[in-house]
Unconditional design. Structure first.
Length: 191
């Protein structure tokens, strides 16, 4: 709901600022091209971050904890969406970064609208992977299958959720039969 509100606000605000300029289209294209790698990196380095020691004390952030809960109970929709505790930290960071790099307000709104719409698409695909329905479109069927392989075959592969290009570029989307099932994954795949 928060993400949808941010996306709608950015789109509406941008629509009030005149024609979209070439630099804005290029920025949207760059986000599209960068998204698979960003999604992959967030999944690998943030969501699957293991607890670590710092000055003799264990450090375990809430985000990877909630993601482990999601892996432990993948059909529980409570753990499917971006956790609420993420927004007060990440939203100001994204807004501030975009403001710093933007030459004007229109450019900033275009970048934010594009980013938030891609994030909504991520949430949609992730939701589809954790329910018993999928649109009869090959793209979504493939995304759902690969995310389910991440949960039910090997949690160290198939990191991409809404896009699989990051996995293909980085070699983490093997043929399922080529990868041994992880002892940490669930054994039941709903269809």
């Amino acid at each position: 709901m928060i993400l949808g509100g941010l996306a709608i606000a950015a789109v509406i605000f941008r629509s009030q600022l005149g024609a979209v300029q070439t630099t804005e289209w290029l920025a949207a294209l760059l986000i599209f091209l960068f998204w698979p790698l960003l999604e992959w990196a967030i999944h690998v380095f943030m969501l699957h971050r293991k607890p670590s020691k710092l000055f003799g004390r264990e450090v375990d952030f809430l985000l990877p904890q909630t993601h482990r809960w999601h892996h432990a109970d993948p059909w529980n929709l409570k753990w499917v969406f971006i956790p609420l505790h993420v927004y007060p930290i990440v939203a100001p960071l994204i807004l501030g970064l975009v403001w710093l790099i933007s030459p004007n307000l229109a450019f900033a709104c275009t970048v934010l609208a594009t980013y938030f719409l891609f994030a909504l698409h991520y949430e949609w695909v992730h939701y589809l992977a954790h329910i018993n329905w999928c649109p009869p479109l090959k793209y979504y069927q493939r995304r759902v299958r690969e995310h389910r392989l991440h949960h039910f075959r090997n949690e160290q592969k198939w990191w991409g959720v809404s896009m699989g290009l990051g996995d293909r570029l980085l070699g983490t989307a093997p043929h399922a039969s080529d990868i041994e099932a992880s002892p940490h994954t669930h054994k039941i795949i709903r269809t």
